[in-house]
Structure formats: C-alpha cells, structure tokens
Design a protein around this ligand. Structure first.
Ligand SMILES: [Zn+2]
Ligand SMILES: [Zn+2]
Ligand SMILES: [Zn+2]
Length: 464
C-alpha cells in the first residue's frame, strides 16, 4: 500500500532506518512486493537493508497474495543473462505499470500476456496487439522460424490456432528487430545504431557467449510466464471482490459525513488508496481512513465545487474555470476562455478536451476558437501572418525547384474546328474521358483530325 502523507502531519525527526533490524523486518513483513520495490527506490539506506534481506522479504510479500481465490505470486525466475533481474525489477514489471504496447500511452495495468511481456491499456488495444495487420507479433504457422538465428533464445508465445488446425508460434516483432540489430552491430561495431536501440555494445565472440546463456535461460522464462498467466487469472477474480469490498467501505465512511460515494472515489487520494489496497488484495481499514480523513474532506469539497480535477475525469464532468466561478464541461472550456477571458491564453488550461492535446491557439488571431498542431501553426502563419512567420524548419519537406513535367488531365477542344484532344493525359484518363470528348465533339459541326498534332493519328471526332 503506497503510504500517503497528509500535508498537515509534520515530518518525524526519527530516522526510520535507525530502528532495530527486528522492528524493521516486522514493518517490511507487512509490505507487498511493489511496496518493497517503491521503498527501495526512495532511500539508499532502505535499499541496502531490503536487498540484504531481499529473499526473505520478497518471498513473504509474494505469499501475501494467497487470499481467497488468489494464489501466492510465483517466485522470480533465476536468470543468468546480463540485465536487471532483481526482485524489485520483477515486482515493478508486474505491478508498476508501463506503456501500452499498442498505443504507447502510459497505463497502470498488469501485463496482459507474460510470455511476450505484453501490456495493453484497453480491450481495443489488446485486440489490436493480436491482430495480424498491426504486425506487433510475428506469427509462424509452420516451422520456418526455426532457421532464424534468434529462434532458440528469444521468448516466444505458442497457441493452438483453430483456423490452421495446429499450434502457431509468435515472436514479438520488437524483440526480433532488436536481435537482428544486435547481431548486425556486433559484426560491424556500429556504436551509433546500438545507442539508438539501447543495446550494450558487444563483439561477436562476447555476443555468442551471451546468447548461449540466454538459451539456457529460455526454459526458465517460459515456465515463469506460464505460472504468471495462471496466477493472474485467479488474482483478477479476487481483486474484483476486494475492490467491491473497498468501495462498500468508502460508501459507508461517506455516509457518516453525508458524502456521495461516486464523488468520493473520484477524489485523487481516495482513488490512489482504492487502487493500492485493491492491487495488494487488502481491505481499507478505519485507521487508514482516519489518517487521511482531513485531506479526503478537503479534496471532496474541491472536487464538488469544481476547483480540483477529479481522478479519471469524464467528458460529462463539469469543472470550474481557472479565471471565474463558472463551470463548464471539458469540451466547452476553451470556447469559454476565448469568449469571456480575451486577456488569458486558452492553451494555459490545466484540463483541455482530448482533441486539443498538443495543439495551441494562434496568438495573432484573438477570438479564434481554432487550435493548431505545430505543423498546422507553421502553415497558418505562412498563409495569414507572413510577416510574423517563424523561420522555416530545416526538417520540413520542400518542393523540388525543378519539378518534372506534370501531366494534366484537362483536354483541349477547338471549338472552331471541332478538334478535341487530350494533350498530355494518361492512357487511363483518355479512356475514361473519351465518352465526354465524343459528346463534346458531337456538339461541334465539321469535326476533323486533331489540329494540335498531339492525339494519336487516326483519332477523328465526327458528327454523324
Ligand atoms: Zn493502448
Ligand atoms: Zn471563466
Ligand atoms: Zn493566426
């Protein structure tokens, strides 16, 4: 459970790590694996102490997940290859969130598949990850992958496909690209490319030695992934139950002060408490509530009056304007600022509509609702404020000063002679427009061969 400090509580002068090791062990014994990893990251003394007793502490924390339907968290695999495979890294990998492998947005969700270490932020992203058209996973329906040099050490995913009537094997495209670059760079010693992919520079001999170790580690990783997949299935069921219990507790606590539970769970502190306790399959207790009561009440009042951005803001939530007491939905806020506060910059809003992220309003056009992206703003300046336009970006695409002869699809029709021709039109354009040409020619009497000498000989438009 991530401890949340109340702003009203004064910091203690007592150094936590100065306590006797027995007491420290007793305190840490109540922590979850992610708590221990977070604590390790915040102080060198704590890190030294936890890493000294890491096996005992983490094993104890992993047993803490054996609640109801959930089983203890599988132990960290013992890996010999180079890299950070510590207990803290293992806990952070599972509970610490990361970026979605499909849309690259940050997410606090657990990995959705452990064999390829995939993480997704939504059901749509999970579907996209497995979709063949997105190319996130390189799937092999036959044994072709076996000839690849990386096939015997890269983590893979094996599943029975009903469509093919046999097992298919999938490798993460990112991993494959990395392996190919690593091999190519070991042979050419391309340091720049290695740094770009964040790969440790190795010569061919060292890389071969390292790959031999990775081959030995692969079965351990595969086994751990299977255990984690089975564990996660039960963990999510228990987590849902625990979350329901915690929401019920928050509802009861809110009732005491006549606070609505739907608003309470959207207070940032309550949302953090709910997420942390439910993640660790622990119930929120009255002492925890009492410790944070002061701040929860403050946040509740602020969220209700619209002065604090609630946790997981929805499009229907109204928030208070930063410069006046009026309340608006997220979508209407920039329009209000442009209309009512012409001296304020609508780009300085803390909460903006999703479509305005990364865009800004033109400072030269007061009263305009339009927001532009960086490229759009440059074009807008070039068109409307050429005097104030910023210097052109060197990376911007430029038109070639010597353009090739462009083919025009327009046709000429000599109205006096009735000649019609397609001067530079492509063959396809000629066939699609031939009917229109015929009709045009039919309107003119005395049609003859093309006088522009551009049509193929023999093209004659006559009126019957
Ligand atoms: Zn996503
Ligand atoms: Zn306002
Ligand atoms: Zn402008």
């Amino acid at each position: 459970m991530s401890p949340s400090t109340s702003p009203s509580s004064t910091p203690s002068r007592l150094s936590f790590t100065a306590l006797s090791p027995d007491i420290l062990l007793l305190v840490f014994a109540h922590s979850s694996p992610f708590d221990l990893a977070t604590l390790e990251a915040c102080s060198k003394d704590v890190r030294d102490f936890v890493s000294k007793h890491s096996t005992v502490l983490y094993a104890n924390a992993q047993r803490g997940f054996a609640v109801g339907k959930s089983r203890p968290l599988p132990l960290k695999p013992v890996i010999s290859s180079k890299g950070n495979f510590s207990e803290a890294a293992y806990a952070t990998f599972i509970f610490g969130g990361g970026t979605c492998d499909n849309c690259s947005l940050p997410t606090d969700k657990l990995p959705c598949q452990y064999a390829l270490r995939l993480r997704s932020c939504s059901k749509v992203c999970t579907r996209n990850l497995y979709d063949a058209s997105t190319c996130h996973i390189r799937c092999y329906t036959n044994d072709d992958y076996k000839i690849e040099p990386w096939s015997d050490w890269l983590p893979f995913w094996r599943v029975f496909s009903e469509e093919h009537g046999r097992e298919i094997v999938g490798y993460l495209s990112k991993d494959v690209d990395r392996a190919v670059v690593e091999r190519a760079c070991a042979m050419r010693r391309d340091i720049e490319l290695l740094q770009q992919h964040r790969i440790t520079p190795r010569d061919e001999k060292t890389l071969n030695k390292e790959i031999e170790i990775r081959k030995q580690d692969l079965p351990v990783l595969v086994k751990n992934a299977k255990l984690l997949d089975a564990w996660a299935h039960n963990y999510f069921k228990q987590k849902k139950l625990c979350e329901d219990d915690n929401i019920e507790f928050i509802r009861l606590m809110g009732r005491v002060d006549n606070q609505r539970s739907s608003t309470l769970v959207r207070c940032p502190l309550v949302a953090r408490l709910l997420a942390a306790f439910s993640r660790d399959l622990v119930k929120i207790t009255t002492p925890v509530w009492a410790l944070n009561y002061h701040q929860i009440c403050q946040e509740y009042r602020a969220v209700k009056s619209g002065t604090l951005v609630p946790h997981k803001l929805t499009d229907d939530d109204k928030i208070r304007c930063q410069w006046c007491p009026k309340m608006f939905k997220r979508i209407g806020m920039p329009l209000h600022v442009v209309d009512a506060h012409p001296d304020k910059n609508p780009d300085e809003l803390i909460v903006k509509p999703a479509h305005m992220e990364g865009k800004r309003h033109c400072p030269e056009c007061p009263g305009s609702y339009k927001a532009y992206s960086e490229i759009g703003m440059r074009d807008h300046y070039r068109m409307h404020h050429p005097a104030a336009a910023p210097p052109p970006d060197n990376t911007e695409k430029k038109r070639c000063p010597l353009p090739p002869t462009r083919q025009t699809r327009k046709y000429n029709l000599n109205t006096t002679t009735g000649d019609a021709c397609l001067p530079f039109a492509s063959k396809r354009a000629q066939t699609t427009k031939s009917r229109r040409l015929e009709m045009a020619a039919q309107r003119v009497i005395g049609a003859s061969t093309c006088s522009f000498k551009l049509c193929s000989p023999g093209v004659l438009y006559t009126v019957p």
